[in-house]
Design a protein around this ligand. Structure first.
Ligand code: ADP
Length: 209
């Protein structure tokens, strides 16, 4: 049982912006709550942390340029800071739900030029808890923009550039999935064009709730 003391679960939602990760994390957490199980929800980047603040204010707002190596380390530091807390949650029988995890770091930083195998090697050294299930919600960049960033798509040049990058990110998600990375995780790919409730039902069924 999810959230049970004997079978704690660690569930991750992955996908590009606007795929519905936060929506599904919330719905799953609520469903678990109704079933009497406690879920801890983590969301990355964690904008409340020092690392998250640098990611948001300096990188995402474009205050300065970052090397891909810096980004890899920043995003991984943000995730690693919670390692003991996550392990504690799992050991205590809680379900852990994550909106993005190190799979995002590998997908985005590899797309930004970092070597795929090297990224996996760096992550491997951190010995982070390995999730049981990774729900990969796949959407095309067009839909991602439509849902999240309508104003940005007004700039066709920027959109074309981002589209190229996001399609690379999707390619790395596919690669990790076919590589069955990380060992011990089960990937479930979901067509993100489906409705919110339809996706939630797939999640619930996959988890045997
Ligand atoms: P993410 O966390 O992946 O960036 P969100 O969960 O924040 O995505 O969703 C982005 C926007 O898209 C929100 O306005 C949300 O209500 C909407 N949305 C999420 N999933 C779906 C879906 N399956 N169909 C239509 N709209 C969706």
């Amino acid at each position: 049982m999810v959230g049970g003391g004997t079978d704690p679960r660690h569930i991750v939602f992955e996908g590009i912006d606007g795929s519905g990760k936060m929506t599904q994390s919330k719905l799953l957490s609520e469903a678990l709550g109704r079933a009497g199980a406690h879920a801890s929800v983590y969301s990355y980047p964690d904008y409340k942390s020092e690392y998250g603040r640098i990611i948001l204010e300096d990188f995402l707002y474009g205050k300065r340029k970052f090397l891909v190596e810096e980004l890899l380390m920043l995003y991984l530091a943000d995730i690693s800071k919670d390692k003991q807390r996550v392990l504690g949650d799992l050991a205590g029988g809680n379900t852990v739900i994550m909106d993005r995890y190190f799979l995002s770091t590998v997908a985005y930083q590899t797309s930004g030029g970092f070597d795929y195998d090297s990224a996996r090697e760096v992550v491997g050294q951190l010995e982070l808890p390995v999730p049981n299930v990774i729900f990969y919600i796949d959407v095309q960049p067009e839909l991602s923009f439509e849902r999240k960033n309508k104003q940005k798509s007004n700039n066709p040049d920027k959109f074309e550039k981002d589209k190229l990058y996001l399609n690379k990110v999707r390619g790395i998600y596919e690669r990790m999935m076919s590589d069955k990375y990380p060992e011990g995780s089960r990937w479930v790919k979901i067509d993100g064009r489906k409705g919110i409730d339809e996706i939630h039902q797939i999640v619930v069924k996959e988890l045997g709730l």
